[in-house]
Design a binder for this molecule. Sequence first.
Ligand code: NOJ
Ligand code: MG
Length: 577
Amino acid sequence: MELLKSLFILFTFIAIAVHSQLTDESWWKTANIYQISPLSFKDSDDDGKGDIKGIISKLDYFVETGINVLLITPFFETNMVDFAYDVTNYVKVDETFGTMSDIEELFAKAKEKNLRIILDFVPNHTSNRHEWFLNSEISVSEYENFYVWHDGIPQKNDGQPLPPNNWTSEYGGSSWKWNAMREAYYYHKFAEAQPDLNLREEKVIQKLNEVLKFWIDKGADGFRINAVSQLFEDAAFLEKSDIEINLPQTYELIERWRALIDEYSSGKVLIPQVWNSPIADLMRYYQNDDGSKQRAQIPMNFMLINELTATSNASEFKRVIESYTSALPEGAIANWLLGSHDHNRVASRMGKEKIDGLMILLQTLPGISFNFYGDEIGMEDYMDISWEDTMDIQACNADQNDFKRFSRDVARTPFQWDNSTNAGFSSGKPWLPVNPSYIENNLDAQIKTNRSHYKLFKELLVLRKNETFIKGDLNIQALNTNVLGYSRSYNGNSFIIAINLNNTHETVDASVLNVKFGDESEIYLASSDSSYNSGDIVNVKNLHLMPYDAVIIKYSSATKITLSLLTAMMMIVKIFL
Ligand code: NOJ
Ligand code: MG
């Protein structure tokens, strides 16, 4: 079996070599993207807040792990009301995170190590301390229409007008805030401190275009585009029963930005954050209806988060995955996400026993995977966070007795590097408490043990580079109520993946996925708690799975030939003995 494994590794290297010949411009098509929330990743100066130098100090970690793209959420100058999503200057680095020269160093060092960097572009709103807003609220003519202003509904008694309509903010309450200076309401889809930009004003677009070019010049490989579905509101301010998202103007703007990045540079990507939208809307972010105009390459697919829960069964997984893959326009690349700084951690949301199975799913479905920092070690939500320690505006705006339901802090705790003070994140007081689980669950411990979430994750990133996973088809079935199965096949090579989603012993016939697999199939990888080891031979027709077992089984014509040769040799040896 060792020989077979070496052969397979050799093939993998050949595949990687072929793959690296993919034109430089399509680097993103096979990306695994690692999302870093800089505040919580690694602190370099002991102020308890993660920073750019902290990220630089961990670049080898990404290389070692097999990550190829970093997505860094905002580090721009900010008033820090919403995890730095309230920007006061798009082309400055906030001192919490470091300096412009730190960022330049990050770009340079990442490049040396072949790591791509995606930045988070926040065009929906600025901070209310942004210079543009300060000018707009005093009606400086250049900036007068930079935001969504409305005089409100006049009252008979001449008092302060009423808000223009019933629109509500994501963080609760009306989305209209009275501004005494301008004597008008401004619109804020998110916090009061985050006034929405008026993207119908050409001057605003021009300013934002400059921001994109600025960061491309610095070395950015692309942009996540924050809160894309909310970029435009009904121009007539009509009250609607449903929340209005993904207005037609949004797609036109994305199309414009795509044209801009393509003209200005090459191989840059757009990653719109399209959250909780109908699937048809999501697909429209790839290209226009007749396919003549390209929009974004990677509209973020939140379906695995939005549509599946801890109790979803195998058919529900199949339905959600296929409803997405079957809707993709011709030539579009799929992408998958199981975690973000806006959701409960996948290990907590779906059940921590399932983390390996879900990571296998994330890395072996066709297309791009997004990985939220810490999910590679199965970090969990920190539910014991106190009201005093609460930082997230969404939780702060909620009721003190019920804030945890809204808290995104629980998933934003510092990365658990090792079991030293503050999990090795900082020797200062962390801006958000470290999850006490770090004593047991940390990267260092997972590197030191034989089998762990991290070790599996790392092997999965190698496996992703195999041609079968890059180009292979997807055949997905519920093998029974609890076992999700699928095969990936390309050019005579196939893998079968079987994931037991439940706390039960299961026996399934996984050969329905690919008839070539039989009683001599080999476990290539198994979840870290599984009783299976890599190299075990199994009968796919009668595959036993322990609770939450997840396995990747391999078939290759080469394996088959070698196996038959070995069997023949054994028989000859037997005859002569
Ligand atoms: C989406 C971001 O992901 C979230 O964290 C933020 O609070 C809102 N947009 C507002 O910027
Ligand atoms: Mg710091």
